[in-house]
Write a protein that binds this ligand. Structure first.
Ligand SMILES: Nc1ncnc2c1ncn2[C@@H]1O[C@H](COP(=O)(O)OP(=O)(O)OP(=O)(O)O)[C@@H](O)[C@H]1O
Length: 508
């Protein structure tokens, strides 16, 4: 259901009617004696701007040097020049550096305010859909701030505890990074820290503007003073920027309604009428589809066991459809002695943070996750993504596989499927094909075409699946089976020296 103020905004935001194409005058015939005009050589594309041109501040230059970030990526080169003058809707592949697209200009703004010796206030709000992404953005921002030797107050509002900590010490902040729900809960604190922020950034914007988050985002934008609930008018003085690797046309339309002087920037040839920036994204990702037979659950567990024993390179991110299935699969793999952990919305924020941290450090080889982890997280070392359950939308597929093959590294994305998945896999294999993957013809033919309303229904309510494992599996055996050790292949020793020494822990 669309929240009222945003619905009202959308009503007021009609597409401009299509103008009939102006009539072209009939081309003049060249006189017979005249030679045909020579075709002008196509103009060479302008050279890509450098960071020194985009962000001339010497402190930022030296921070980028320390980070070994030498040249802007295509999306950075396209977005940064417009950051202060337009609202930007940026769609670019996973792993293409969208975070620095906004972190660096926001830092420039902070440096300029500091130079003018303005009293400290909250000038920038960044919204992201998950705790983990809020943490990651805060980490990137704090790292760059440190490297520029700049004083700034950053608040990452990703949990009740973080909110309580701000409440107990309500100091001024400059940057707030939050999930929409936490930002709304911090409304009073934010008000005392700023009249209205100058910049609002929506990372993973299409997720934030989906039905799941829209009411919260609506309230959060109201808190930021973007949308005035009394008259549903947008304030003109702020800049709002939105980023994602996927952007369905309907969401782009809603985004447009919320923005002023909008500039849309898309990097990478897009598929599905501009909904996905995929081709560039997955150039480094080998996409494979593995049929695991008709007996769905047993076949899948066995396939995962075989893959972990014989072929895949750790660290592995393994995506499942629901938190229940994450817990079930966790138990199965735990009994195999795999260094496994699971992360999903039923776990506490602290447990989720520990799971992410241990995975980053190489102590966990296989991290089982629901889609809470599919967006935005930058695990540079991840070699393999396994879709244990076929995602319920092509957008989810793009984000999931984008967790590997980042920043030019090689990655492998394996999707397991059964006969039951053929309906779901149609959209996925078509996106895979559009992004250059070799998809067998029979699979393209077998994968069903699903109507748009059915796709939306599946996104809201994914198909029912039998429990992970099935008969004779550990989950049924109640833990009486002996634990076995499975060593996933890895060219790279997990960092932290924990190979073989760290026990996976049961959380569920
Ligand atoms: N100009 C650059 N040169 C080299 N590396 C870069 C550059 N910009 C960003 N990176 C690195 O690329 C990686 C991916 O960046 P980032 O997480 O911002 O991608 P993203 O586009 O937000 O991806 P996603 O859509 O999955 O969220 C990060 O490790 C980041 O440090």
């Amino acid at each position: 259901m669309l929240h009222d103020p945003l619905r009202a905004l959308m009503r007021g935001c009609r597409r401009a009617p299509k103008q009939p194409a102006p009539k072209q005058p009939a081309p003049e015939q060249p006189a017979p004696e005249q030679p045909a005009p020579e075709r002008a050589a196509p103009a060479a594309p302008p050279p890509a701007p450098t960071f020194a041109e985009l962000l001339p501040d010497a402190r930022i230059q030296s921070a980028l040097h320390a980070l070994q970030v030498r040249a802007p990526t295509a999306i950075q080169a396209a977005v940064i020049p417009h950051f202060h003058t337009n609202d930007v809707l940026a769609v670019a592949p996973t792993g293409s550096g969208k975070t620095l697209c906004y972190v660096l200009p926001l830092l420039t703004h902070h440096l300029q305010l500091a130079q003018r010796q303005q009293p400290p206030r909250c000038h920038s709000v960044i919204l992201a859909p998950t705790h983990e992404l809020v943490n990651q953005i805060a980490r990137v921002l704090e790292r760059v701030l440190k490297l520029t030797h700049t004083r700034a107050h950053v608040r990452a509002l990703n949990s009740k505890q973080a909110l309580a900590a701000w409440n107990s010490a309500p100091n001024a902040v400059n940057f707030v990074i939050a999930t929409p729900q936490r930002l709304v809960a911090a409304a009073q604190l934010l008000k005392s820290s700023s009249s209205t922020p100058d910049f609002i950034v929506l990372d993973e914007a299409d997720e934030l503007l989906s039905d799941k988050f829209l009411p919260q985002v609506d309230d959060a934008l109201h808190v930021c003073g973007v949308v005035n609930k009394a008259n549903n008018h947008k304030h003109g003085s702020q800049r709002m920027h939105m980023f994602s690797a996927t952007m369905a046309p309907a969401v782009a339309h809603l985004a447009r309604c919320l923005m002023n002087d909008m500039k849309r920037v898309t990097v990478g040839a897009s598929a599905y009428g501009g909904s996905f920036a995929v081709d560039e994204a997955v150039k480094h990702i080998e996409q494979r589809f593995v049929f695991v037979g008709g007996r769905a659950e047993q076949g899948k567990v066995m396939a995962v066991r075989n893959l972990l024993r014989n072929g895949v390179q750790a660290p592995v991110l393994l995506f499942v459809q629901s938190k229940e299935r994450a817990a079930q699969l966790f138990r199965e793999l735990l009994y195999d002695g795999v260094h496994v952990d699971a992360i999903h919305s039923d776990r506490t924020v602290a447990a989720r943070e520990t799971a992410v941290q241990r995975f980053r450090e190489g102590n966990t080889w296989v991290l089982i996750a629901t889609d809470v982890l599919s967006r935005g997280l930058d695990f540079l070392a991840v070699r393999t993504v396994i879709n244990y359950d076929v995602p319920s939308s092509a957008a989810a597929y793009v984000h999931r596989i984008g967790r590997c093959g980042r920043n030019g590294r090689h990655g492998v994305a394996l999707s397991l499927f059964t006969e039951e998945d053929l309906k779901l896999i149609g959209a996925v294999v078509r996106v895979a094909r559009a992004s250059g993957a070799l998809v067998p013809e029979w699979l393209l033919r077998a994968g069903g075409r699903v109507r748009a309303d059915e796709v939306r229904r599946l996104e809201r309510r994914p198909p029912k699946r039998a429990a992970v494992g099935g008969p004779n599996m550990a989950s049924v055996g109640g833990g009486r089976r002996k634990r076995r050790r499975v060593q996933p292949q890895s060219q790279q020793q997990p960092r932290g020296g924990a190979r073989g020494g760290t026990e996976a822990r049961a959380h569920d």
